[in-house]
Design a protein around this ligand. Structure first.
Ligand code: 5GP
Ligand code: MG
Ligand code: MG
Length: 184
């Protein structure tokens, strides 16, 4: 199956049934690892909204669920040119076991920033649960990545929360970029 979004064509890469199966296993692992603790699952918006919803249906231990957003804007006084900030972090994380829920880890830059922010809040532990990971693209050492749905090649993907130009988040399956459609 193929979909076209704006100027690009995408073909099916991971079907929802596969995602659900894998998510169920991640849930089982989390239930075991966090038994007797009350973790806080923190989803990173917007991309994680569907994964979080499906993952939480597989988590049967007491848990808190919250969402944040990492915003980037271009500043002029940093070497990277990009300044980030975290929006919506309104839970006291001191002494808590935090699980960050992400749609995808690409370079890892966003997450390593987020982990640093959460460490300042004195969480007891921080783990990352990401649906997708692009190992070849990773530029940061992130020992916190404990739960990975699928390792994927270094290709642009869309659907199931992930967008292209703001579109495609509502697609049920995950698609990968194939080509720009031929001109007609
Ligand atoms: P990172 O900081 O790890 O490079 O990636 C941060 C963000 O880039 C992800 O949360 C996601 O929003 C976006 N991103 C990275 N790779 C992809 C991709 O293949 N498809 C889409 N739609 N977004 C991506
Ligand atoms: Mg994300
Ligand atoms: Mg995006």
């Amino acid at each position: 199956m193929k979909v076209q979004i704006e100027d690009k064509e995408f073909s099916c890469f991971l079907e929802y049934e596969q995602i659900k199966k894998r998510t169920r296993l991640l849930g089982i692992q989390l239930n075991v690892d966090y038994e007797k603790r009350v973790p806080v699952f923190i989803g990173v918006l917007n991309g994680s909204f569907l994964f979080m919803a499906d993952l939480m249906k597989e988590v049967h231990i007491p848990a808190e669920i919250s969402f944040i957003k990492v915003s980037s804007y271009h500043g002029q006084d940093t070497t990277s040119g990009t300044v980030k900030s975290v929006i919506g972090l309104d839970i006291d994380l001191k002494g808590r076991d935090v699980v960050i829920v992400e749609d995808i880890v690409d370079t890892g830059i966003t997450l390593s920033y987020l982990v640093d922010v959460l460490k300042e809040k004195e969480a007891a532990s921080i783990a990352i649960c990401t649906l997708l990971l692009k190992p070849q693209s990773l530029q940061r050492e992130l020992e916190e990545i404990a739960y990975v749905g699928f390792e994927i090649p270094n290709e642009f993907v869309v659907g199931y929360g992930l967008d292209y130009k703001g579109l495609g988040r509502n697609l049920r399956d995950i698609y990968r970029f194939v080509s720009a459609p031929s001109e007609t």
